[in-house]
Design a protein around this ligand. Sequence first.
Ligand SMILES: [Zn+2]
Length: 433
Amino acid sequence: MKEVLNSRLMHPRDQIAMIMGRIYKRGLTTTSGGNISIIDDSGDIWISPAGVDKGSLHPSDIVCVKKDGNIVGNHRPSSEFPFHKAIYEIRPDIKAIIHAHPPALVSFSIVREIPNTNVISQAKHVCGPIGYAEYELPGSVALGAKIAKEFTKGFNAVIMENHGTVVGGTNMLDTFQRFETLEFSARTLLYGKLLGEPSYLADEEIDAFRKQIPHLLPEMEEVSYPSDEREKRQEICQIVHRACNHGLMISSYGTVSVRWRGNDFLITPTDVPRWDLQINDIVQIKDGKREPGKMPSRTTYLHQEIYARHPEINSIILTQSPYLMAFAVTGAAFNVRTIPESWIFLQDVPALPFGIQFKGRTEIPEILSQNNPAVMIRNDSVLVTGDKLLQTFDRLEVAEFSAKSLVMCAPIGKMVPISNEQVEELRSVFLRG
Ligand SMILES: [Zn+2]
C-alpha cells in the first residue's frame, strides 16, 4: 500500500522528502523550485537542500541546520532558509513550512491579488486569512523580514508578490493541506473565470457548513470485521489515494462510501487528510449505528438516505475536482453532450444550490436516478454514484475530463453539442430500459 504521512512519528527528513515528492508529482513545483522545512522540539530546522532534483529527493538529501547554526548533511540548505528561520523565530506555534511556485497561485501573485477562499465550502477554514508580502530579492534577509511581518499578523498563508506562496502549520499534515487547498481554490477561480463569474459563499454559509454534526449516529456496542468488510476498507483507501494522485480529490475535502450488506455501508471519516487515509480510519455504519470512537463524514446521513432509497447504487463519491468545480462555482451550464462517452456515463448533471447537502434535506436522494447518476452542489462539490466503486470513479473521471474539455474549448470556439436525435440513438443502443 502507498506510504502515508504520519507527522507525529515520522522523522522530519522522511516527511520532507515524501511531501516534496507529492507536490512535484501533482505539478505544484518544478525540479529546482520550492523548499520545505520542519522545526523539531530541540529547535533544529530540517530543510530541503539547494540544487537537488525535487522529483527524486531522498531523506538522506535533507539538511539539518542546528540551533547553533551548524549545518549537518550532504548538501547546502535551501537558499530560502533565511525566511523559514525568520518565520519560526516569530511564530513558535508554526512547526512546518512549504514554499513553492504552484502555477495558479503564481497567477494571482503576478497580477498582485489574493484568491478569495470563500469560493468553496472548506477553504476559508483550512487556509485562514491570506497575507501578502511585497517583492524582495529571493534568499535575502529583506525577503525574510517581509514574510515574517505577514506571519506576525497571524496569517498562516502568504502570497509572495511576483514569486509564489509560503504556507505554515502546526505540523506537516496541516501545512500540506493548507498549501494544497489554497492552490486548489486559486485554480477553481481561474478555470471558473474562463466560464463566467465565480460566486462566493457568505461567511454564514461557511459557518453552517462547519457546524454540520458529524457524529449524529449512535455508537454500536460490538463491532466485527468480516473479510468482505475489510475488503471494502481496502477498496475505499485505494480509490481515495488514486483520486488524490490524479487531481480528483484534495486533502481537505471528499467522502467515499461503499454499500456493504443490506443498507449497511463503509464510509470515510471526517477531518482525516485524504492523501493519508488508512484502512483503520474507515468507519463502519451498521443498523444505523457507527463504529465506536470514530467520526464518520459529515455527509453520512446523505449516504444513508441514498442507499436506503436506491438499491441500484452501491458506491458514492463526493469530491472537488478543479474543472468540475469551475462549473460548480460559476453556475455555468455543464453540458455533457460533448462526446458519446460523456453523455452515456453521466447524462444530464443538474447543479443544485449550496446547503442542499445538509442533514434534513431530501432533494439529492430524490433527484438521483438511473438518468441522473451525478449532481453538482454549488460552491461545494460533485456527487457521483454507481454500482461498483471503480465504475463510480470512472464516471467521476469522465465528468472531470468533460469539464476540462469544455473549459479548454472556450478560447477556440463555441461548443456544438451532439443533437437530440444523436442522444436518442445513444439512449436506445447503450441505455436500454
Ligand atoms: Zn521561491
